[in-house]
Unconditional design. Sequence first.
Length: 197
Amino acid sequence: MAARKRKRAPEVLWRLFGDRARTLGDTILALIPPPAPGGGDEAMSFLVRSTDHLDYRNFLSGCFVVVSDDAPPPPVFDHHCRWSQLEIVRRTIEMIRSEPRQASSNLICCSYDKESQSSPTVDELTSSKWIVLLSRVGDALTIYLLKYTSIFLPLPQKKHHQICGCSIAKLFSKFPRGIPKSRTQHHPPVEKNASRF
């Protein structure tokens, strides 16, 4: 079977990261051993099932991910789930918060209330599509994605909102001509320091 064509990243991500910016589905396939020798759609089959809702399918193809330069090797793939998605998100945030340098730069920690262990980001990362993803990839890889990648969730009109990782706003100054105006989006904020485009 021919290799499945990769979806091109939004212009801003393409200019910043090139081929490193991939859809969530493609990122996961790149991080784990191929489950099927045929590649392409066969490799994606363990992530997507015929009964999955369109919302989850669009999540895999519309969410973009960039693995950090300093990320360790991914964990050995294990699809087992020891914790709920809520427990995983909270544990990951607490791990990052215990490392001051990461806590100050990772958007996943923005507006996190330690007492209630909640934030708008926690709410978003525990939605039904994330719970389905957890059931397919396991908690080890889910934690890896939350801790060591920048995640850009899809918004209406082909826009995106960054929810994890170092804000790309800090990288905008590297553009000699600034961010393309056609990609700038004034969208109601989901998270105070999040990046949107």
